[in-house]
Design a protein around this ligand. Structure first.
Ligand code: NAD
Ligand code: TYD
Length: 357
């Protein structure tokens, strides 16, 4: 069946994988990629598919009500897969209002446009909210987040995503807008902006720079290969129940320090450096404010109902990720110029000075 699907944030890390997947797997769908191209959005991520006939890029801001209304008037949008967001916890600590604006207001503007344009035929439409496990807060050493977990966000990023999720649910209950939400654990893989842990560590090791580990490195994250998240999004988009939530995770918990050491060992091998040399770059720095201790997902619902499971092991995914970054130096140079440099100075140089004073 033909459909016009608006994917927001399609020039970002996960969004670019989602756009590529839908463009390549569903030639009958017209994919509109709406992205503001903030520091995190990069059209080079989609250079391989930019000339496909079922793909179209639109630069614009999801918080601009007038612009979004025009977009819905111009295109027969059947469904929205909403990924556009401010997505980095550390930035949310520095500038929380930017997160409220983009993540809460931006989601509300999109929901409102859908409500106004999708008055009939609810089966034809879907607003898919791509969210995070961070809305559930922080786990102790045991237990898992699942669809039943209570929302308990603890960073401005998590709170802004939680606010957006609540609006999505409110539009379902109040206006019967057809919606679905998924809450996924930490993703990794190609095209991730190198301010997030894994690409940052790879890049710093390559450049012989200190590898910053917050606190004692005891915090735990559940890592998922980005394309496995995309396969889950595809299944939920096509077969998920309206008004419901699906939690997605890799069953792949790593303490930050163990993960960083794994990357160090792989990098020593790949770069032909003496074993143990990259580990010497590890530098413990001041902890993140309100740093959530542990995230871990119980993904049994999506496994049982939709037959989803991660497709590759973490060791394999990390090797592929390292290979990708080492062979995409030009991409790295392009995304790490300009505003990212200013952010890096504020986040780490100032932090290291605070730590040592
Ligand atoms: P990202 O920061 O790499 O990409 C976000 C994209 O949104 C960028 O291309 C940016 O230009 C765009 N954008 C930002 N503000 C915009 C605006 N006002 N209008 C239009 N576009 C705008 O983020 P990501 O890591 O790819 O995450 C994508 C989504 O998935 C987010 O909603 C995030 O909360 C969610 N998520 C991420 C992870 C993860 O591990 N990265 C895990 C679970 C859920
Ligand atoms: P990050 O990639 O920012 O994802 P999130 O905070 O959304 O989980 O960070 C992953 C973990 O790594 C988190 O516990 C914070 C930690 N971390 C560091 O120790 N050093 C760093 O330089 C960064 C960016 C993160």
């Amino acid at each position: 069946m033909e459909k016009t699907i608006l994917i927001t944030g399609g020039a970002g890390f996960i969004g670019s994988h989602v756009v590529r997947w839908f463009v390549q797997h569903y030639p009958q769908y017209h994919i509109l990629n709406l992205d503001l191209l903030t520091y995190a959005g990069n059209l080079e991520n989609l250079a391989d598919i930019e000339h496909e006939p079922n793909y179209h890029f639109i630069k614009g801001d999801i918080t601009d009500e007038h612009f979004i209304a025009q977009l819905f008037a111009q295109y027969p949008i059947d469904a929205v897969i909403h990924l556009a967001a401010e997505s980095h916890v550390d930035r949310s600590i520095m500038d929380p209002l930017a997160f409220v604006r983009t993540n809460v207001l931006g989601t509300a503007v999109l929901l409102n446009a859908c409500r106004q344009h999708w008055k009939t035929d609810p089966d034809k439409h879907l607003f898919y909210q791509v969210s995070t496990d961070e809305v559930y807060g922080s786990l102790g050493p045991t237990g898992y987040f699942s669809e039943q977990s209570k929302y308990d966000p603890r960073s401005p990023y998590a709170a802004s995503k939680a606010g957006a999720d609540h609006l999505v649910r409110a539009y379902f209950h109040t206006y019967q807008l057809p919606v679905v939400i998924s809450n996924c654990s930490n993703n990794y893989g190609p095209y991730q902006f190198p301010e997030k842990l894994i690409p940052l560590v790879i890049r710093n090791i390559q450049q012989h720079k200190p590898v910053p580990v917050y606190g004692k490195g005891e915090n735990v994250r559940d890592w998922l290969w980005v394309e496995d998240h995309v396969r889950a999004i595809d299944l939920i988009f096509h077969r998920g129940k309206r008004g419901e939530t699906y939690t997605i995770g890799g069953h792949n918990e790593w303490k930050n320090i163990d993960l960083v050491k794994l990357i160090c060992r792989c990098m020593d091998e790949k770069l032909g450096r003496p074993p143990g040399s990259s580990e010497q770059l590890i530098t413990f720095v001041k902890d993140r404010a309100g740093h959530d201790l542990r995230y871990a997902i119980d993904a049994s619902r999506i496994r049982q109902e939709l037959g989803w499971q991660p497709s590759i092991s973490f060791e394999e995914g990390i090797r592929r990720t390292i290979d990708w970054y080492l062979s995409h130096q030009e991409w790295l140079e392009h995304v790490t110029s300009g505003s990212y440099q200013q952010y890096y100075t504020q986040q780490y140089i100032v932090r290291e000075q605070t730590q040592s004073s």
